[in-house]
Ligand binder design. Structure first.
Ligand SMILES: [Zn+2]
Length: 403
C-alpha cells in the first residue's frame, strides 16, 4: 500500500517542476542540470531526467527520486518526506502506513501539545514574563518563537498529556517525561523557560529549557541537588542536535538573500539578534557546530560570520568553528563584541549594536592576527611571545593553501 501511495505522489509531482523550487535548472539536451546541492562545485554535474523522474550527480555519485531528494535536502526521515510530499501533491494518506510513520507522527504531535501547554503556562506566569522582558525579549518575539514556561511542578505536563490520552510510554519516547528509580513519571522540564526547537519546516521537534534564576541551585552551596542551567530534549528520530539549527526555519530566506549566515551561540543570542533586525542569524542548539549544520547552511550561503561570546571560551569555540567552516569551503568572518559578553547583551543595550558589530566583522586570518600577534614586537624577546607567534603561524598555515 505504501508503495502505491508513493507512486501516486510521484505521478502528481513532476520532479523537474519540484526541483525548480530548490535549484536553478538549465536545460541540457532532454535532461536538466544544476549545481549539486549535496557537494560543493562550480560547474553543474547534478542531472535531472524528466523521462525517468530521477536525479543523479556525476560529481558525488548520489542519485534518487523525488523522495530521496527531499529526505536528503531537508534532513527528513522517510515518514516525514512522505507526509511533506503528500501534502504538496494533494494526496491523502491512508492509515496503512509504516509503523515508523505513525511513530514519528506521534512524536510531532506530543511535542506540539507540549509546546501549547508551555505557552499557556507562560501566559499565566507574570513572574516569568517579567524575566523575559528584563532579558529584552518583546511579546512579538515570544509569540513568534513560541516560547513557553514549564512550571516548577513534578508532573504538570505529564498529567496533562496522560489526561488527553497519551500513554506513559509515549511520553518517555518523546523525551518529555522521565521515569524515576521508583517508577514514577516526572516532567523532564521543571521551573524552566522553554524554547521550542523547530525543524527546518517549522515543526517543533524538541526543547531547550533554561532554569529560571529563582530555581537555579548551581551557585547555592547549601542546595541538596544541583540544577543544570540548560536541559535539552534527548535525541529522538525527529530531534537530532547535530543536524538542527535553532531558528533556521525563520531565517533561511534571509540567509539565502544575504548569501551569508551569522552564527551565534545560544537561543537568547539568536532571539535578540533576530529581534534587532539581523535576520540571517542561526544558533547551534545545545551542541557544538557540526559538518551537518554547515551542510544545511551551504545550500543557501557561502559565508558564515561567527559571532560568539567575547570571553576566552567563545574565542576558542570560534577557532574550532573557523577550522570546520574552512574545511567545508566557507568564507569565514569573525564578529566580536567589545563591550558586551554576547549578542544578547549587546542587542539589549542597543539593538543597533548587532548590525554595527557585524559590519566590522574581520576575516579569519585577521582574527588570528589580532588574537596571536603581539602588538609590541619586543614581546618576541620572551619565550611566551614566541610561543604565541608559533600559535599564530600554526593557525593560518591551512589558510595559505585555501587562498
Ligand atoms: Zn553532488
Amino acid at each position: 500500500m505504501a508503495s502505491s501511495t508513493t507512486e501516486l505522489i510521484k505521478s502528481k509531482l513532476d520532479i523537474v517542476d519540484f526541483l525548480r523550487g530548490y535549484l536553478t535548472l538549465q536545460p541540457a539536451g532532454k535532461n536538466f542540470k544544476a549545481l549539486c546541492p549535496f557537494h560543493h562545485e562550480k560547474s553543474g554535474s547534478f542531472s535531472i531526467s524528466q523521462e525517468r523522474q530521477r536525479w543523479h550527480c556525476f560529481g558525488c555519485g548520489l542519485d534518487g527520486d523525488i523522495f530521496g531528494f527531499v529526505m536528503k535536502y531537508e534532513n527528513m526521515e522517510f515518514g516525514e518526506a512522505l507526509r511533506f510530499l503528500a501534502e504538496k501533491a494533494g494526496v491523502e494518506l491512508k492509515h496503512e502506513n509504516p509503523a515508523e510513520y505513525r511513530y514519528t507522527g506521534l512524536l510531532y504531535e506530543l511535542n506540539d501539545q507540549a509546546k501549547n501547554f508551555y505557552r499557556t503556562c507562560l501566559a499565566a506566569a507574570p513572574i516569568v514574563k517579567k524575566y523575559l522582558e528584563e532579558r529584552g525579549l518583546t511579546q512579538e518575539t515570544i509569540d513568534e518563537f513560541e516560547i513557553g514556561w514549564a512550571p516548577n511542578e513534578p508532573e504538570g505536563l505529564s498529567m496533562f498529556l496522560l489526561n488527553t490520552g497519551s500513554s506513559p510510554q509515549d511520553l518517555l519516547q518523546a523525551g518529555l517525561s522521565i521515569k524515576t528509580e521508583r517508577g514514577l513519571m516526572l516532567d523532564r522540564f521543571r521551573g524552566r523557560v522553554m524554547f521550542p526547537i523547530h525543524n527546518h519546516l517549522g515543526k517543533v521537534v524538541g526543547f531547550t529549557g533554561r532554569i529560571l534564576p529563582q530555581f537555579d541551585t548551581s551557585n547555592d552551596p547549601k542546595a541538596t541537588y544541583v540544577t543544570a542551567k540548560y536541559v535539552n530534549s534527548p535525541e529522538t528520530p525527529i530531534f537530532q542536535k547535530s543536524k538542527l539549527l535553532y531558528g533556521f526555519w525563520k531565517s533561511k530566506d534571509a540567509i539565502r538573500e544575504a548569501k551569508s549566515a551569522v552564527l551565534v551561540e545560544g537561543q537568547m543570542d539568536f532571539l535578540m539578534s533576530y529581534q534587532s533586525g539581523a535576520r540571517n542569524v542561526i544558533a547551534s542548539s545545545g551542541t557544538a557546530l557540526t559538518s551537518d549544520h554547515l551542510r544545511s547552511i551551504h545550500r543557501l550561503a557561502d559565508e558564515v560570520v561567527l559571532c560568539f561570546d567575547s570571553d576566552a571560551a567563545g574565542s576558542d569555540a570560534a577557532e574550532r568553528a573557523i577550522d570546520l567552516a574552512e574545511a567545508n569551503d566557507f568564507a569565514v568572518k569573525v564578529a566580536t563584541f567589545k563591550d558586551f559578553k554576547d549578542a544578547a547583551e549587546a542587542a539589549k543595550s542597543d539593538p543597533a549594536n548587532v548590525a554595527r558589530t557585524l559590519a566590522v566583522a574581520v576575516s579569519a586570518p585577521l582574527f588570528y592576527f589580532k588574537k596571536y600577534l603581539p602588538t609590541d614586537m619586543s614581546q618576541l624577546q620572551s619565550r611566551d611571545g614566541v610561543i604565541k607567534l608559533r600559535g599564530f603561524f600554526g593557525k593560518i598555515k591551512n589558510m595559505w593553501r585555501a587562498v
